[in-house]
Design a protein. Structure first.
Length: 314
């Protein structure tokens, strides 16, 4: 429901009466059609609060007191939730200063299902647009939402919403934020790929099992470890000690399937690029971390492979 483009723009999920009216898929019954129109008016009130009045005292007319917003984290992350209180506190942050944001529904995508007389499920595809002072408006997100509405004290109120299938890259984005999309990876040598991928799995097995003696044997004495948050470490001894103190029995690592790329380095070895995730046992509720990129340079001396450089990015 809310764009991840910027924290200050969270919870901007409202849309205008006109756009909604154009977006409704024809309902099979007049009962559902009537409810659709009611939900349009409720959304219009929410839109007015978020972008104009910030009259949070009117929210109880639209949202149930136990309202919960869920944001799907895709395959890589857990679903997050936001209760009524935190939702209300962040609602008016949608627009501010030199930034303006709006949301629209893809025409024909809005549907309403009425399983009974007191519940309605509303789904649709939404798009978020942002405009900053002096710049052209541009789309920053497209996602699908599903809302549960309940008839409470004679009034339709939103009980929950789930947003998912997030998309943040668009081919018509001319703002300069569009990321380059490389062609699918194809190994230069399958034999080299299999060898280095195996060495990577062996190394991180020592990481997960705290086999520090084996880990040390897989690292060159001149190993350099670059961490975007922690900086540079050039002491193999200090690195092993840090693993012992901070990782052993506390953190596990797993490779993101299909993320590895291996390229040969002539007369030296190979460079490996991939994504991996970590599980902190001290914070089990957080689950596995988001995928992080890492780069490892492996040296091959007479068939003995050792790590010489590692770059860890978060």
């Amino acid at each position: 429901m809310v764009p991840r483009y910027a924290a200050s723009l969270l919870t901007a999920f409202m849309f205008t009466h006109q756009i909604l009216a154009q977006s409704i898929t024809k309902s099979p019954t007049s009962h559902a059609q009537n409810i659709s129109q009611i939900l349009i008016r409720q959304d219009s009130l929410l839109f007015d609060i978020a972008f104009h009045t910030c009259a949070l005292t009117d929210l109880p007319k639209i949202l149930k007191k136990d309202f919960v917003f869920y944001h799907d984290g895709s395959y890589s992350n857990l679903t997050s939730d936001q209760d009524y209180k935190s939702f209300a506190e962040s609602l008016c942050q949608a627009n501010g200063g030199d930034t303006r944001m709006r949301r629209e529904i893809q025409k024909g995508s809005l549907q309403v299902f009425t399983p009974n007389d007191v519940e309605a499920i509303q789904t649709g595809i939404q798009r978020f647009y942002i405009q900053q002072k002096g710049q052209k408006e541009r789309i920053v997100e497209e996602s699908k939402f599903s809302r549960m509405w309940r008839l409470t004290d004679g009034q339709w109120k939103m009980a929950s919403e789930l947003d998912y299938d997030l998309k943040t890259q668009f081919p018509d984005d001319t703002s300069g934020t569009q990321r380059f999309q490389p062609a699918p990876y194809v190994p230069v040598s399958k034999e080299l790929f299999d060898t280095v991928a195996y060495m990577d799995s062996v190394y991180f097995d020592t990481y997960n099992t705290c086999n520090l003696e084996r880990m040390a044997s897989l690292m060159a004495d001149t190993m350099e470890f670059y961490h975007d948050r922690g900086g540079l470490m050039t002491s193999k001894r200090d690195f092993i000690e840090a693993i012992h103190n901070n990782i052993c029995g506390k953190v596990n690592r797993r490779l993101v399937p299909g993320s590895l790329e291996v390229y040969p380095i002539h007369d030296y070895g190979a460079v490996l690029i991939g994504y991996h995730q970590f599980f902190n046992h001290a914070e089990p509720a957080n689950g596995w971390s988001k995928p992080d990129k890492y780069i490892a340079i492996w040296r091959n001396r007479n068939g003995r492979w050792q790590l010489t450089r590692v770059v860890s990015l978060h």
